[in-house]
Design a binder for this molecule. Structure first.
Ligand code: SF4
Length: 89
């Protein structure tokens, strides 16, 4: 069955389903991108050794065993960068 525009109900449902799937895909991609948005190590002058007794595993951004909440990539517990912020307490 077709309406006045020559578009069948089935065509309209198919188009609607395609749009919904497309929106879901964009939302999923945006979410994944948000999780990947960390600062490049070069931008915060990351180094894999401590500086003046300050090191990653003493930083508030540190994530066991080898990551950082804000800096991308593998992070050494003995590393350091200019975004260092001492853990409180
Ligand atoms: S010193 Fe820099 S790289 Fe290390 S945990 Fe803190 S913010 Fe992350």
């Amino acid at each position: 069955m077709q309406n006045r525009n020559g578009t069948s109900r089935r065509d309209m449902l198919r188009t609607g389903a395609t749009i919904v799937v497309g929106i879901a895909g964009v939302a999923a991609a945006s979410s994944a991108r948000a999780q990947d948005e960390k600062i490049a190590q070069e931008l915060v002058q990351y180094q894999n050794m401590p500086k003046d007794g300050q090191k990653c595993n003493m930083c508030a951004q540190w994530v066991e065993p080898n990551a950082c909440k804000i800096v991308a990539g593998t992070i050494s517990p003995e590393g350091y960068c200019v975004a260092y912020a001492p853990k409180e307490g």
